[in-house]
Design a binder for this molecule. Sequence first.
Ligand SMILES: [Zn+2]
Length: 116
Amino acid sequence: MQSDNKNLNDGDKYYKYCPNCKTELQRKIIDNETRLFCLSCSFIFWNNPKPVTSIIIEKDKKVLMLQRSNKPFKNYWVLPGGFTGYEETAEQSIIREAKEETGLNVKIKSIVCLSN
Ligand SMILES: [Zn+2]
């Protein structure tokens, strides 16, 4: 199968069927990248690394928290953040996630913790 997008994850080399329901996976643009997607159960093969960012946004000695609207942990209070994209640095992820989740354009003061 020939890739029609240089950012296409490598999932199509390994996965033809959904691991959840065995339906043949389709290509779909999700978050500006072509990904393998299951029309039957909405499974998405993200093929991204597991690193995540959590962002401490402080103002007037208060920290901005978000209440999750989706599973898992629906209604829990969390710091803004999320998964780092496949070709994204931690800094790029922080700026993107802050904008996506809060609408704020943030300037990074420091990285508090970076660990494996
Ligand atoms: Zn499926």
